[in-house]
Design a protein around this ligand. Structure first.
Ligand code: SF4
Length: 483
């Protein structure tokens, strides 16, 4: 398949979304399809579902593209079964090839399918150890390392294999794995990436079935009830007998990704007891408190800036309007514009409204800036549309450090905040003023404490020792390791 075209956004890229369900009597593949549909924002490069009737072979369909492009009615009908797992992917280790799509299937001592969200920081070491034991790999993603460790493990039950393997993994992993009769979900001891547990009730029999997902918005769409988060270091097993759980080891501290609250997770997902739409509006209120400015109108960069813009406008007592119209149908697989059209590239996604912005002193709200290319073009478009002043307000602190826990960001050198003061960045972007939300403002907005979170991309404080040595997204594609 041809390589996919990168979307017009230079912000941090979402990572992956996972789903798992054990529900005899339900059309599990269809349920997984709709859950993945709700999790589509977490990865648009590939999608896949594995399913199995209890005790029978695992079937898998996976391909590059969006959930709706990969699956059709016929494919879903072939995925019969009582248990299923699913995955949507944005590549954070390994490139965007078919071989790196998930769920990954391994046939070693046991047959299993696996879907993973996160990044291992000791992937190269584990890969070498497995290669020394003559374990072969068919992909360059770190997820296959987890799959290989579990599939080659001698424990008779897969949940016991998970308990033995989990302490060897270092990094971020919210993972679902299935054999022909069991679904197991587990999360790294720091709880870096999200994972939640839900329950589906059969309307006729009242019988409960259980499922896990990256975010609670997946449960809303399939009619499941949110029960709780899967705890850091917890192994949750879904079988005929219901849910079994056990804790394996513990980290010195929790380190949930603070960026999930700001941007990655869907605004209707609930995290830390808060619906994120509400937390993001509070970020806007605090932005105003931290940096008020004389202005006529608040406009968001759609859609990511919407909730914070609403909160800021409310706190400021200023009107809010749409300064841009966003084309909602720009997918990752569009036809490349030619040279002439490329100069107008960004307008594929945003078109400014001169009737709204001309002559106005604008507060423009967005959730984050990484390289700054998109923001620079947005500022220029607003100037061309006649804006009198442009005051940028960003509902996250400056991003200065790469993420090694499952989010694909630019290298440090490409980040606009690297080595620049805020006023230098404002000048670079062509804005009249710029303010980033403080880190304490983020925590205040969500109502959580810093001690239990990772904010390394803002602060440089990586919660796992050794993270600085991580070799990056293509670590397993070094020729030596690929042999
Ligand atoms: S480095 Fe940033 S994006 Fe990565 S896990 Fe930590 S807070 Fe999240």
């Amino acid at each position: 398949m041809a390589p996919l075209v990168t979307e017009h956004r230079d912000g941090p890229r979402d990572e992956c979304g996972v789903f798992g369900i054990y529900a005899p009597g339900h059309d599990v593949a269809r349920v997984a399809y709709f859950a993945l549909f709700a999790l589509q924002h977490r990865g648009q490069e590939s999608a896949g579902i594995a399913s199995a009737p209890r005790g029978r072979d695992i079937m898998t369909i996976r391909d590059q593209g969006l959930v709706a492009q990969v699956f059709d009615e016929h494919k879903l009908r072939t995925l019969v079964g009582d248990l299923a797992i699913g995955h949507v992917r944005y590549s954070t280790t390994g490139s965007s090839d078919w071989e790196n799509t998930q769920p990954i299937v391994r046939n070693d001592r046991r047959t299993l399918a696996l879907a993973h969200n996160g990044n291992l920081i000791n992937a190269v070491e584990l890969h070498s150890e497995l290669r020394e034991d003559d374990v072969a790999f068919s992909s360059t993603s770190d997820s296959e390392i987890i799959a290989a460790l579990l599939a080659t493990h001698p424990a008779s039950r897969v949940e016991d294999a998970v308990a033995e393997v989990l302490p060897r993994l270092r990094g971020a992993f919210s993972t679902v794995v299935m054999t022909e009769d069991t679904v197991v979900a587990f999360r790294d001891p720091y709880g870096l990436r999200p994972l939640v547990l839900g329950m589906l009730e059969d309307a006729e029999t009242g019988q409960a079935a259980y499922c896990v997902a990256s975010e609670s918005c997946a449960f809303d769409l399939i009619g499941a009830k949110y029960l709780r988060e899967v705890l850091p270091g917890e192994i949750v097993t879904l079988t005929e007998g219901g849910v079994k759980t056990r804790m394996v080891g513990g980290a010195e501290r929790r380190a949930f990704c603070v960026f999930e609250y700001i941007y990655f997770a869907r605004p209707d997902s609930k995290m830390a007891g808060t619906v994120l739409q509400v937390a993001r509006a509070r970020m806007g209120e605090i932005l105003w408190r931290e940096a008020p400015v004389s202005a006529d109108l608040v406009i968001p960069v759609p859609d990511s800036g919407n909730p914070a813009a609403r909160g800021l406008a409310r706190a400021a007592g200023l009107p809010q309007d749409d300064g841009f119209i966003k084309n909602r149908y720009v997918a990752r697989t569009f036809i490349q514009p030619g040279q002439e059209l490329r100069r107008h590239g960004l307008r594929l996604k945003f078109n400014p409204l001169p009737e709204v912005v001309a002559g106005k002193r604008l507060i423009v709200v967005d959730d984050s800036i990484v390289r700054g290319n998109t923001t620079r073009q947005i500022v220029q478009m607003l100037r061309d549309a006649g804006a009198a002043e442009i005051h940028l307000r960003i509902s996250a602190p400056p991003i200065k450090h790469p993420c090694h826990y499952g989010i694909d960001m630019s290298s440090r050198e490409e980040m606009i905040a690297h080595g620049r003061t805020v006023s230098e960045i404002a000048e670079e972007l062509g804005a009249d003023s710029l303010h980033y939300l403080s880190l304490s403002g983020v925590y205040e907005a969500v109502g959580v404490s810093r001690e239990e979170h990772c904010d390394a991309c803002f602060s440089g404080d990586y919660p796992l020792a050794g993270t600085e040595d991580h070799r990056g997204k293509y670590a397993l594609e070094l020729p030596l390791l690929r042999a």
